[in-house]
Structure formats: structure tokens, C-alpha cells
Design a protein around this ligand. Sequence first.
Ligand code: PAF
Length: 271
Amino acid sequence: MNIVRTIADLRGEIARWRVAGQSIALVPTMGALHAGHIALVGAALSIADQVVVSIFVNPTQFAPNEDLARYPRDEAGDVAKLAGAGAHLVWAPNVAEMYPPGFATQVAVGGAALPLEGEFRPHHFGGVATVVCKLLSSVTPNIALFGEKDFQQLAVIRQMVRDLALPVAIHGVPTVREEDGLALSSRNAYLSEDERYIAPMLYKVITDVARGRDPDEAGQALLAAGFAKLDYIAVRDAETLGPFQPGTGRPGRVLAAVWLGKTRLIDNVSC
Ligand code: PAF
């Protein structure tokens, strides 16, 4: 498994596969890989000839007060996991490669990007869309895979690809969970032992909301259990992230973002 760091080297590898008529899947990541990422690689291997995994902690999707500096980084560990999983190529650019001096273009997002995360992290999806657009235009994959754990991100990326007619199929892959229900996330590493004990209640509560429990009352239960702050717990249309209209046949989604100590956890389930 090769590791490339520049777009020029990446394109050299891609060109060889294209000449051979092979299909390419991209799994974009910010590293600190866990079993959820490895499930994305597994899904990619089952649908494409060649699987590229990008590792890039994207600064433009973090606000100045967020955890960019302490975001977990372990490139050597990530590369070993990806080799074990059967990925074909790791693309690990540095910040200057992705945002060279003079970089001045942003993808502006609306629609599915505006509610929920968009209210609490207004800068976030613009940064995600910009970097994902550049990852896609650099790799030119047939398919790109994203975890449903970041469900609103997946909706925003689908919307961007549709709106800009980007020639790539977007595949969502179900969330991988610990045995107690906690969704795998690189940020789980921030949790203390006591917080880790409480954390699975988030999944339990959103599952209850999917079965009809009142979201406000469910949020109060999380606060009573030791969660520090509730950003939102809401039932939304699964595609637009706008209001959910029961009885229309459109799929719904329960989405939540809560703070446990200094760690912000997000999760979602279908309803
Ligand atoms: O989900 C992530 O890890 C990131 O938001 C992504 C899609 C790799 C863009 O930086």
C-alpha cells in the first residue's frame, strides 16, 4: 500500500488505474481511525477495484474555539490499520498542499447545512464542503463513502454533489457501535472513565425518540443523567433535515448533539 502526499503523485497513481479500466472508491477521513472507518474501507473494497483513503485533519471545518489542536493524530497507526484492511493507497496531504498560499475559494452551502449543526457550528459545513470538493476533484473517484454517524454531513455532501453535478456516487455506510450502543468516534478518546460510562445513554434516548418518546423530555433525561449541555435533539426529514412530516411516507431521522464534560457527541437513528 503506497502513501502519497501531493496531488501530482496522487494523480500519477490514479492515471495508471484509469488506463487499466479500474474503478476507484474514496474514503475521506481525518485519521485517528477506528472500526467505523475500517467498515467504510470494507464497503469500498466490495464495490470498487481500487480504494483510496485520504487522511487530512481539515482546519477550515474547525472554529477557532474548537478542538483542531488536540484532535487525535496517529498516522503510523492509521497506515497500519489501512494496510491490514486492504486499502490500496493512502493520500495524506499537508495543509499547504490542500490550502496553498493564495487559496481563496469556498464552497458556500445552504439547504441541509443550515439547521442543527449549522446553527451551533455555522462555519463547519462550508469547510467540510470545500475540502470534500477538493478531495473529490483530486482523486476523481467513481464512488465516495461516508459514515452515517455524521448524518447531516452526508446529507450536505449529497446535496453538494447533486447541485454541482459532480460525477461521483455517494454511499452512506451505517454507524458502527460499541456493544453498549455508543457510536464509534475519534472524539470518544476524550471521554473520562465516568463519562464513557454515561455516554451510551445518548443512543438509548434517541432510539426511544424514534419510537415516540418526546424529544424535549428525552433531552431533560440526558441532562439528569449527567450530560452537561444539550445542543439539540430533533426529529427531521432525513434528506432535507427540515421539519419531519409524519404520514407523508418520507423517511425521518432523530439527530442529537450533546456535551459530556468538554466533549461534544453527536448521534442519529432512523425513524
Ligand atoms: O467526516 C470526516 O472525517 C470529515 O468531516 C471529512 C469528510 C473527512 C472532511 O474533512
